[in-house]
Design a protein around this ligand. Structure first.
Ligand SMILES: Nc1nc2c(ncn2[C@@H]2O[C@H](COP(=O)(O)OP(=O)(O)O)[C@@H](O)[C@H]2O)c(=O)[nH]1
Ligand SMILES: [Mg+2]
Length: 222
């Protein structure tokens, strides 16, 4: 008796989230906003990558970001430095963002004025995989400091990603990261996944990543 009930409840939660995510996706489509959901372990460099990405995009476009953490408003503060709209979502004890949190976070914003929306998910390699946030692209970050075997150890999230960004390339050698092996392991789990190698710190490799985002945006705007 117990088992099916737990499954039922879980399915209901997911269905509710999926419905809200579809509503968000429709809103984003109506306004031609390219939406990226960034997932990774804590500290892989999501905020740093977004800071640099938004600073560059701000020259031509209007980007905004919502960022999820269990506690502290630090990341929203870092992201707002470029002058872009940024809002913190505090999740308390929750290890991932859900669609209703995104809906609430952006409720006061004029979507018609936005070109890009970045959603920085809570740092976690498992939970965010189950929750659609209405995004166009799900971006998985892996830092060179995490070890080449992480894609093999945590395959579920990477399996839901559209593209993978390997970050902290500036210290890959110092931490003895075998980058080709890391890439092979990513492709073993997610064959054919596009991989960008960057340093959010120095800016190396950012051009290809930015070109990718701009191409996705152009495609969405038709
Ligand atoms: N060396 C190096 N450090 C980085 C890079 N990107 C982020 N960091 C550092 O890694 C730490 C975690 O970065 P943060 O953006 O907060 O990670 P998040 O938890 O995924 O948002 C911070 O101290 C950053 O300065 C990078 O490309 N190279
Ligand atoms: Mg962060």
């Amino acid at each position: 008796m117990t088992k099916p009930r737990i499954l039922d409840v879980r399915k209901k939660i997911l269905n509710k989230n999926d419905q809200l995510a579809q509503d968000l996706r429709a809103d984003f489509a109506r306004h031609g906003i390219l939406v990226a959901n960034l997932v990774s372990s804590p500290g892989a460099g999501k905020t740093e990558l977004l800071r640099r990405t938004m600073a560059d995009l701000s020259q031509t476009f209007t980007p905004a970001a919502v960022t999820g953490d269990l506690a502290t408003e630090n990341d929203a503060g870092r992201l707002a430095e470029s002058g872009a709209l940024a809002k913190q979502i505090l999740t308390g004890t929750m290890c991932h963002l859900e669609a209703d949190m995104v809906t609430n976070a952006i409720s006061a914003w004029d979507l018609a004025a936005l070109d890009f929306l970045f959603i920085e998910n809570v740092g976690n390699l498992v939970c965010p995989g189950d929750f659609d946030l209405g995004e166009d692209v799900r971006v998985m970050l892996i830092a060179t400091t995490e070890g080449e075997d992480k894609p093999l150890k945590y395959p579920t999230l990477i399996n839901t990603a559209d593209v993978v960004v390997i970050n902290k390339m500036d210290i890959a050698e110092a931490v003895e990261c075998d980058v080709p092996l890391l890439e092979r392991n990513i492709h073993e789990v997610r064959p054919g996944a596009e991989i960008f190698k960057v340093s959010a710190k120095t800016g190396a490799g950012m051009d290809a990543w930015l070109d990718y985002l701009k191409a996705q945006f152009a495609e969405k705007r038709g």
